[in-house]
Design a protein. Structure first.
Length: 263
């Protein structure tokens, strides 16, 4: 069950997880975490808080969406980091680990109490982290994915983004877990003319080349023969697994292995 707690311009998400097979309460998600880790080999990542703020980084790029993600660690604690999505959705900055809490509820409580000054400092840290990674330093990655790439889908089919997110309702910041990666829904952009396709904006989230290949396969499966147009970082990409994978990896520090080819 997902409980949404709204206050002014931000939303916190608190996940109350229950054991599916015997109905016993599992408030901190211990058993759910073990099941998910055994099933996918990847920890669970949860969006616990989002906020709308007008911020700018060191280059003057405007950001409007702030997302706080949490991830369960094998020892049982939860770590959280902050991601900033630019106003036009084509850029994402990500901090390192910002806090460690004993439970997911603790992360949500921590995030709800953050003020603008904190996010201004976090954006500066995320900006400097991006510069360090670009310079090839050994900056520590957060618990989340190493790759975060924006992409767009143009389609006249209003049900296509629902299928892509495997949901019945589109919520900005909503996440679909795909093995050790995921897809985050950002927003829909209405076309200038009624007969033009609507633009749906997403973020692809992945740790490794293999995770990028799995995401690429998922996108190919969902978009193939739908008439949709896929753009990754502003460039149109064929609906074909290897092409999608390479386009995803091109937007990150992860480079495809010359010996691997994925479908």
């Amino acid at each position: 069950m997902l409980e949404r707690i709204s206050k002014w311009a931000h939303v916190s998400y608190v996940f109350n997880v229950k054991e599916e097979n015997d109905g016993r309460p599992d408030p901190d998600g211990h058993r759910a975490f073990r099941r998910e880790l055994a099933r996918t080999g990847a920890p669970m990542t949860e969006l616990v808080h989002e906020r709308v703020l007008e911020l700018r980084d060191g280059q003057g790029t405007a950001y409007r969406r702030v997302l706080v993600y949490a991830e369960r660690q094998p020892a049982g604690t939860w770590v959280a980091w902050v991601e900033f999505v630019s106003a036009n959705g084509d850029k994402v900055l990500q901090t390192d680990r910002e806090t460690t809490q004993s439970s997911l509820n603790g992360i949500a409580y921590w995030a709800t109490g953050l003020h603008r000054a904190y996010f201004e400092g976090a954006l500066d840290r995320a900006y400097r982290r991006m510069a360090d990674l670009g310079a090839g330093s050994a900056a520590t990655s957060p618990a989340s994915a190493s790759g975060m790439v924006s992409f767009r889908v143009r389609s006249t089919d209003a049900h296509l983004p629902l299928r892509l997110m495997s949901t019945h309702t589109l919520v900005p910041g909503g996440r679909r877990q795909v093995r050790e990666g995921g897809i985050v829904y950002v927003r829909a952009v209405e076309p200038a003319l009624t007969d033009m396709p609507r633009i749906y904006e997403f973020l692809a989230h992945f740790r490794t080349e293999t995770a990028a290949a799995v995401l690429a396969s998922c996108l190919e499966s969902e978009l193939l023969e739908t008439g949709a147009i896929l753009e990754i970082r502003g460039t149109e990409v064929p609906i074909e697994g290897a092409a999608i994978r390479d386009a995803l990896l091109a937007g990150t520090a992860i480079r495809p292995s010359p010996t691997k080819r994925h479908r």
